[in-house]
Write a protein that binds this ligand. Structure first.
Ligand code: ZN
Length: 163
């Protein structure tokens, strides 16, 4: 497994880019890892998740085009600089954005596990959860209160025909 330290030295251009976007990077850290949610500088709304262990091993590298082409991208440099800043912090879970801490402790862990991990594309809902959310949806769709009056009229009408 390669180490995030390999991305410590990048061009000045990439460092500047990382600096420019520093405050819009969202992140989560706990006793095991640092997870980064880094914006694309060219595609609005597009973001890349990078996961690095506290030891520096890269669990999930960037999947931007530059990285896939074997180039060092500023996202990986950003991941390196956040990892360097966070690796020696206390071991409890923290959620933040830029230099700002948003949640700490159980609240941070819960927010990451139940919300961020899904929206950052790191976890997919289990089949059971998918079925449950679909059932909720169907439950709503099958709310037939508005239709029941019409059905009642129809029943009366049919009843009238039979008699
Ligand atoms: Zn990248």
């Amino acid at each position: 497994m390669s180490s995030i330290v390999e991305y410590a030295s990048v061009s000045e251009r990439l460092k500047r880019k990382a600096e420019q976007h520093h405050n819009s990077v969202e992140w989560y850290a706990d006793s095991e890892r640092v997870v980064l949610w880094i914006p694309s500088s060219s595609k609005e709304g597009k973001r890349y998740a990078v996961v690095v262990k506290r030891s520096g091993s890269i669990v999930k590298p960037c999947n931007c085009i530059a990285f896939k082409q074997g180039k060092k991208c500023w996202h990986m440099y950003t991941a390196y600089s956040y990892w360097r800043g966070l690796k020696n912090t206390p071991l409890y879970p923290v959620v933040g954005q830029g230099d700002r801490v948003k949640y700490v402790g159980d609240e941070a862990k819960e927010y990451f596990e139940e919300t961020l991990a899904y929206s950052w594309g790191l976890k997919e809902k289990s089949l059971r959860e998918q079925v449950e959310s679909r059932e909720e949806l169907i439950g709503e769709e099958l709310d037939l209160t508005s239709l029941s009056r019409a059905l009642q009229v129809l029943e009366e009408f049919i009843g009238g025909l039979i008699e």
